[in-house]
Structure formats: C-alpha cells, structure tokens
Ligand binder design. Structure first.
Ligand code: PLP
Length: 431
C-alpha cells in the first residue's frame, strides 16, 4: 500500500490555528469535518513546490488542468464521463452554491432540500435572500427515509426553482442509490426545478460501497428542468429522464444538452476527501453550455473565479496521485466506524448509530436519553471535554441526534466514545 503515514500512530499537532483544534487544553474536538490525518504526500509536495518557486502570481481563471484531473478521477474512480470543459473553479463548494443560487434563482425563490441536512445549506439559502423549503425525512426502521409526497409538494410550489441535494448525505452518511437519484431528477424535472448535487463526500465511501454520481445516473439524457431563471430549455426538461441511459454523450455536438443533465450543477472538491479545506479549491461541473456560461459569469461577478496559487496544484496532485492514500483512509475510517459501533453497543446500547457506508461522520440517535441535543452537547463538553455537533444544527428531524467525526486515530476515537458514554450516563442520572 502506497501510504506514507501510519494512521494509527498519527496525530496532527494540536494547534489553535485550525478551527477544529481551537479548543481548551484537554478538550477533544469531534465536530467540524476536518480529518486529523495530514494530506497525501503528493499534495504536500505540490504545495511546497509552489512555495519554493514563489509562484504567487495571478492564476488562470479557467484552470484546464483542474478539469482534466477531475475528469480523469471521475472516469477512473466513479465510471463517470465528465468533459473537462464542463468544470468551473470555485474557491469552495459553499461559495459556489451561493453564487449558483444568486445566478440561477431569484430573490424570494424557494430552494428545496431534505432535512436533516448539512447545516451550511440553510445559511447559504437564507443569507442569499432565498427561502428554505425543508422536506423533513421520516425516521423509521433506524434510518431517515424520504417523504416523497412532501418532497413532491414542496417542489411543486410555484416559487420552488431549485433542489439542493447532498449525495452522499451529510449528516446521516446515507448513500443514495440510482433509483432514488432518478426519482429526485424526475420530480425536479416535472416541477421545473434545477438540481444542485453536492458530491463533496462522494469519494469517502467505505471500501466496497459505491457512490452514485448524478452524472453517471443521468448519463445520456436524464435532463432535469431549468427553474424560473435556470436557463435550461423546456425541450431539455421534456427530453429529460425519458431519454434513458443511452450512454454519456460527452462527444455530442456543441449546444446540445450533454451528460444528460441540462439542469444540473454538480459540486465537488478535493477538500473533504484529501483534508485540504484550507486550500480553497472546489469545482462546479455543469454539462449544459448555456447554464455553464451563466454560472461562470456569476462566479466572475462574485469575484470567485480566480484560484489562489496553491488551489489548483494541490487539487491536481490529489486527483493524480492521492488514490492509494484515500483508499487507506477509507479503510481506516470504516474500521473506526465498526469499532465505534461495537463500543457503543457494549457500553451504551440505547445509543443507536444510524447505519452508514459513506462520509467519516457518525450520526447517532441519543433520544433514549434526551431530545435536547444542543443542551446535551453543551453539558457533554462541560463534563467531559468532548465537542460534538448537536443534531438540531442539521434542521428539522435532527433533534435528538448527535454527529461525531471519526476521521481520527483510533485511540482518539476510543477516547471520544468513552467521553460520549460518560456524558450519556450523566444524562441518565441527571434526568
Ligand atoms: C455537504 C458539504 N458541502 C460542502 C461543505 C463545505 O465545502 P467547502 O469547504 O468547499 O465550502 C461541507 C463541509 O463539511 C459539506 O459537508
């Protein structure tokens, strides 16, 4: 295995210079989604080379190397065809999504999303003057299930112009299968909403578990409609899902909706899988040329189109050489998850982790003790020093859950589970 770090023995020096580790002595942060593992050697080398050569001039705003590296990665890892020309740079997924909403929707438009969901979506939607239309999932049989009737009703609203989906899903770690994604696409197309598919966690699946990129599921004709200001034509929406899976048409003629998703913006990044969020490099992948041109103009208007000096070299190195490192991390995190599940079953069997095969996050049902997840998180930190994300942060349906970050050395995960169990025991005696 081409892994240059011993993950078990590893620890990033505790440093108040990162958000995650800006905690008091003795506290253990298992909240913000950074890993404790240093990024692959190739990434660190690429960054060092830029610094050594003092390549600090303005970077190209159309970074072809990023498009090519991402395209190669998706072909190799995800069996998905992405034409490099579909790829736009954004300094972050969140910044990109905000810009897309400003460009392709109007103030007051409703943006539909499932909850519980990655909390920053709510911020991005509302601070941009759009309305959050939350379709709360139903928790049954140990997992969050889509309330299709509710989702359809929300997308059918005349003000609903966009559907923002997290694939795989944060915080639950659920992988959406192809039929589910296809159904999302069908409903969105029927309602004239375009889709933003955030796949930042797509590379972080357990070994053997398969991520379903939107652009593979809809390869070759599964177009999704364009929304009020979305710019996709009625024809492309109508051609939509009915177009079937005739194979990805990356080589089709200019102006045609290619990739089968004329109304789709797929967002992804090397930040999450390679632990380089601070380098601010992400990508928006948009097959439809008109929609892409509009989003590119929006990114430029928002002064977001220009990468910093490290962003592209780091992303290119990660895609080109980071695979073996990533596979080692995926195996390690999956073993961490199995360990944490076993420990909880042994020490606090009423704490129920939601079954997951993606992300390095663990989503735990703690309702046997408390429904007040924010209060629990506060008390837990005070009593044990463990810092977690309270479920309520992730919107309707998240109350009574806790999110734990498992991308840490095993000893640290063991410490975290021990603290969590102590915190739950304290809830029981206080209650
Ligand atoms: C689903 C999801 N999207 C976006 C982000 C943030 O991405 P970026 O730092 O590129 O804005 C995160 C970070 O945890 C995330 O979980």
């Amino acid at each position: 295995m081409d892994l240059d770090v011993d993950l078990d023995g590893l620890s990033v020096a505790r440093s108040a210079r990162t958000l995650k580790w800006d905690v008091a002595e003795g506290e253990l942060p298992m909240w913000v989604a950074d890993m404790d593992f240093p990024p692959p050697e190739a990434v660190r080398r690429a960054v060092a080379e830029v610094a050594a050569e003092a390549r600090f001039g303005y970077a190209s705003t159309i970074p072809r190397p990023l498009g090519e590296a991402l395209s190669g990665w998706y072909a190799r890892r995800h069996d998905t065809v992405i034409d490099p020309s579909w790829v736009l740079f954004s300094p972050g997924v969140n910044l990109g999504i905000g810009s897309v909403l400003r460009t392709l929707t109007a103030p007051g438009d409703e943006v539909v999303t499932l909850t519980p969901n990655y909390h920053h979506f709510f911020h991005t939607i509302t601070t941009n003057g759009r309305v959050l239309a939350a379709s709360e999932m139903i928790f049954a049989d140990g997992r969050h299930q889509i309330d299709w009737e509710d989702l359809e009703a929300r997308l059918a609203s005349p003000r609903a112009t966009a559907f923002l989906v997290c694939n795989p899903h944060n915080p639950t770690g659920q992988l959406w299968d192809a039929p589910t994604l296809r159904r999302f696409g069908e409903i969105a197309a029927a309602c004239g909403a375009f889709v933003i598919c955030d796949e930042i966690h797509g590379d972080l699946t357990d070994p053997g578990a398969r991520h379903n990129p939107w652009l593979r599921v809809f390869a070759g004709g599964g177009a999704v409609g364009g929304g009020s200001a979305g710019g996709a034509s009625a024809e492309s929406a109508a051609g939509g899902v009915a177009g079937g899976l005739a194979g990805n048409r990356a080589d089709s003629g200019a102006g045609e909706p290619v990739g089968g998703a004329a109304g789709v913006v797929m967002a992804t990044s090397t930040s999450k899988p390679f632990n380089i969020a601070g380098l601010h490099s992400a990508a928006l992948v948009i097959p439809d040329p008109i929609q892409r041109a509009r989003v590119a103009a929006g990114l430029s208007r928002d002064d977001l189109a220009e990468p910093n000096s490290f962003a592209i070299p780091a992303a290119v190195a990660a895609y080109a050489e980071g695979g073996p490192w990533l596979d080692a991390v995926r195996a390690y995190v999956a073993a961490n998850r199995a360990f944490a599940v076993d420990e909880l079953a042994r020490l606090a069997p009423e704490a129920r982790p939601v079954e997951s095969r993606a992300t390095y996050l663990m989503w735990i049902d703690v309702r046997a003790w408390t429904h007040d997840s924010a209060g629990f998180a506060r008390r837990l930190r005070r009593a044990t020093g463990l810092v977690i994300d309270p479920g309520v942060r992730f919107g309707p349906g998240g109350e009574g859950f806790a999110r734990l970050n498992l991308a840490a050395p095993r000893s640290r995960v063991a410490d975290g589970i021990g603290r969590l169990v102590r915190g739950l025991e304290a809830e029981a005696t206080a209650g």
